[in-house]
Design a binder for this molecule. Structure first.
Ligand code: ATR
Length: 291
């Protein structure tokens, strides 16, 4: 029940109304019997919105597109890894009397490594990454730090080249993509996300069966890229694991309490209208456990 002691959490983004983070975090609070609430927020102006979070007593806030880079200028401190990645997806507000300090972290890269590490040996693998935005930065950092050899592919060459040289990895224009002879392909672009689920970032005939293909898009869970990859004989990893792990690490950053990861995953699967267990056919009547 919301009362005078309820602790405030939330997410800022634009758009934010389709985010699954509120369902996931509120279910975690309910599961653990915590008096917290997590709400979606779309600030008309980031600077004003940020001042509001500080002044209204928010404790933890997720940051999503398009604020992951822009929010950094308002923070009192940025965690060195997030600084290195160049993007923040997690804000922690710590208060001491009238003083409030906000630190920014990045849990996207940890989520990515956890999801990939469950399925794959990254060390020594060649990893092709599509995109050069904030998500690509986090994933490329994750893969490189685990010993994978990264090549970026991007639609806009100047942006891709800049990121590749920043990270010390290879770059090719997206039009030149071919997966043959490589181990892992990761899509970090939003191409294929609902409502544009007919789109796919690379032609199906450029996929090769030796690839394991991961899509960080998780809505729909089985993107067109993953469907085409399966048809080409590739192993596939959907974006749900990365999403749930980045959220679980946010929860732990804010509360210091171990997140109920399995339950959080079930909640997002139910929100997605899928049966538990990954890439299954939609089931509109799946229950929402723990809520
Ligand atoms: P995020 O922070 O979520 O990564 P972003 O910074 O807007 O979002 O980056 C989106 C990435 O997806 C970019 O690499 C973008 O390519 P450009 O640099 O050419 O803009 C890529 N992207 C978005 N839409 C795309 C499309 N239709 N085809 C190919 N790449 C696309």
């Amino acid at each position: 029940m919301i009362n005078g002691h309820t602790q405030l959490f939330g997410i800022i983004g634009n758009p934010v109304e389709h985010s699954f983070s509120p369902a996931m975090h509120n279910a975690a609070f309910a599961e653990l019997g915590m008096n917290g609430v997590y709400i979606p927020m779309r600030p008309a102006d980031l600077a004003e919105g940020f001042r509001g979070l500080r002044s209204l007593g928010f404790i933890g806030v997720s940051v999503t597109v398009p604020f992951k880079v822009a929010v950094m200028e308002f923070l009192d401190k940025v965690d060195p890894v997030a600084r290195n990645i160049g993007a923040v997806n997690t804000l922690l507000f710590e208060r001491d009397g009238d003083h409030c300090r906000c630190t920014g972290y990045n849990t996207d890269w940890l989520g990515s490594n956890q999801a990939l590490g469950e399925e794959l040996q990254l060390a020594g693998s060649t990893v092709l990454i599509l995109g050069a935005g904030g998500a690509a930065r986090a994933v490329a950092h994750a893969v490189s730090s685990a010993g994978g050899r990264v090549t970026l592919f991007n639609r806009t060459p100047a942006r891709g080249e800049a990121l590749a040289s920043d990270l010390g990895v290879g770059f090719r224009p997206l039009g030149e993509f071919h997966g043959g002879g490589h181990q892992i392909l990761i899509n970090t672009t939003p191409v294929g996300m609902k409502p544009h689920s007919d789109a796919t970032p690379v032609p199906a005939d450029r996929l090769a069966p030796e690839l394991t293909v991961m899509d960080i898009v998780y809505n729909p869970l089985k993107t067109r890229l993953l469907r085409q990859a399966e048809a080409a004989g590739c192993a596939v990893i959907d974006g749900l694991g990365m999403f749930v792990y980045q959220g679980a690490m946010q929860f732990e950053c804010w509360t210091g309490i171990e997140a109920p990861v399995a339950m959080m995953r079930l909640v997002v699967e139910a929100e997605l209208g899928c049966a538990p267990g990954g890439l299954r056919e939609p089931d509109k009547h799946a229950p929402v456990p723990g809520t």
